[in-house]
Design a protein around this ligand. Structure first.
Ligand code: UTP
Length: 290
């Protein structure tokens, strides 16, 4: 990437089957981390990294995501009447954080297919992708860390995190040549390798910076692992061309689309809130003794 990151795509059209029954009618991206929907934390990360435009990819049953980033005049008026000015300010700020457009993925045919739905909104620019259920709590916003490496190298970049050997089958897994700065020039990348076949233990986490020519690649992709159009298969093409770096980012990652990951994220974020910390710690101490 040559210019600083401006556009970010947030795919949020998946079915969230790991989180049924709540995801029957509520998008998993709207489930709260303490009191804030996961997707708002992700949009805030994009804004902190300097992104000016966010493209939300939503689907059937996901209109609450669009509503969340829209104005709610009735609520604003009620808060104003009750003189709850701080809450009013917070509510307004959500819709004013960033330029936001939403596009529809008509059917959840996979992450690659969701990114392709943003093609017209992205146009000819390099862009970031941030998965709508992947949280990374860090000093420097994670997507900013990935964008920085993409700017330095001129290559596409993905976030990488080491995982236990018995977890690699749950992720896209990358291997390649370690670089002096600790990052990886990726030469192989495989989606959900079956047990014992992973090329490394470096898992791809939901932050990417991609070139616009990823779109024609995705258009040609046939369904891969799980019958879905996989973003990983297009990344594999970039890797073969020597155009993909894996970035060992700083930060704590939570998979908020997974029940245990979601619970952990709530505890971690709540412990950082001064008004909740002591009460939660006291509760956890007694709860573990039961
Ligand atoms: P996941 O694989 O976690 O989403 O995709 P999923 O399919 O909804 O989850 P499970 O496995 O059924 O529980 C990561 C991100 O990509 C989006 C999801 O909304 C999530 O934020 N996604 C996935 C799409 O936008 N479209 C798709 O077709 C698939």
């Amino acid at each position: 990437m040559k210019q600083p990151l401006r556009k970010v795509v947030i795919p949020a059209a998946g079915l969230g089957t790991r989180f049924l029954p709540v995801t029957k009618a509520v998008p998993k991206e709207m489930l709260p981390i303490v009191d804030t929907p996961t997707i708002q934390l992700i949009v805030e990360e994009a804004v902190k990294a300097g992104a000016a435009q966010v493209v939300l990819v939503t689907g059937r049953g996901k209109s609450s995501i669009e509503d969340h980033f829209d104005r709610n005049f009735e609520l604003e008026e009620a808060l104003s009447r009750k003189n709850k000015m701080e809450l009013l300010e917070q509510t307004r700020r959500i819709g004013e954080m960033v330029g936001l457009v939403s596009v529809r993925q008509k059917e959840p045919l996979g992450l690659g297919h969701a990114v392709l739905a943003a093609k017209r909104a992205v146009g000819d620019d390099w862009f970031g992708v941030m998965l709508g259920d992947d949280l990374i709590d860090s000093e420097e916003p994670a997507i900013g860390q990935i964008a920085r490496v993409s700017m330095q190298t001129g290559k596409a970049a993905v976030a990488l995190m080491p995982v236990a050997d018995d977890q690699t089958h749950l992720y896209g897994v990358a291997a390649g040549k370690p670089q002096a700065d600790g990052n990886l020039l990726v030469d192989r990348i495989v989606e959900k390798p079956s047990r014992g076949t992973a090329p490394s233990n470096l898992a791809v986490i939901g932050r990417y910076v991609l070139p616009p020519d990823i779109f024609p690649m995705l258009e040609k992709m046939k369904p891969g692992a799980g019958g879905e159009i996989q973003l990983t298969d297009a990344l594999a093409v970039l890797a073969q061309q020597g155009r993909l770096v894996g970035v060992r980012f700083e930060g704590e990652r939570h998979d908020a689309g997974d029940r245990l990951g979601y619970l952990q994220a709530n505890v971690a974020y709540a412990l950082k809130r001064p008004e909740l910390r002591d009460g939660l710690l006291a509760y956890l101490r007694t709860a573990v003794q039961r």
